[in-house]
Design a protein around this ligand. Sequence first.
Ligand SMILES: [Zn+2]
Length: 209
Amino acid sequence: MALSITQFPAGPIETNAYLVVDDATMDAIVIDAPAGSVDLIAGGIARTGATVRSLIITHGHWDHIADTNGLARTLNVPVYAHAAVVDRIANPADGFPVEIVPATVDHQLDEGDVVMVGSHSFTVMFLPGHDVGHIALYDVENQIFLGGDVLFPGGHGRTDIPGSDQAVMNQTIKRLLDLPDDVVVYPGHGDQTTIGAERRWMTRLAARV
Ligand SMILES: [Zn+2]
């Protein structure tokens, strides 16, 4: 059986949350918590009958963490994130376009950890460059990459903001060239793409490492 992945764009800059469901067991995870995503995701869960096991935050930017508290409470699930975003979720800064309610990260994820969705396993990749605490989930068997803001159609996440670093991003992109062309990328903004579709610019960037 396969995985079903539903995209929920939400918030002022159309940040994608994802509901990832194992069709066999109906076990599920939710990726990221943009502002206004609680009702959207709760509706998606109600339609599918899935049982969500965890909320996984890809990185610490406001548009991905705003509704962490609301989602964790509504779905009654633990929150997972990299160590470098724990404090930003617990003590969010002011001055963003949406309110960020403080939330607790229950479990930390880092390179090589494994996240199960029913019988499917995602390996955690630590991929800094856009954010110091950025992780992605890679299912090698199903060729699925839940990438947050690392990789978009036609480019990578911004590297002109605090916590970002272009040289580090170049290394991250070089590393992602090891993924097969058929891997489907589910980005934090915009539509799906594949590693193959992005390989040309990624290869150019990786040459600067
Ligand atoms: Zn971001």
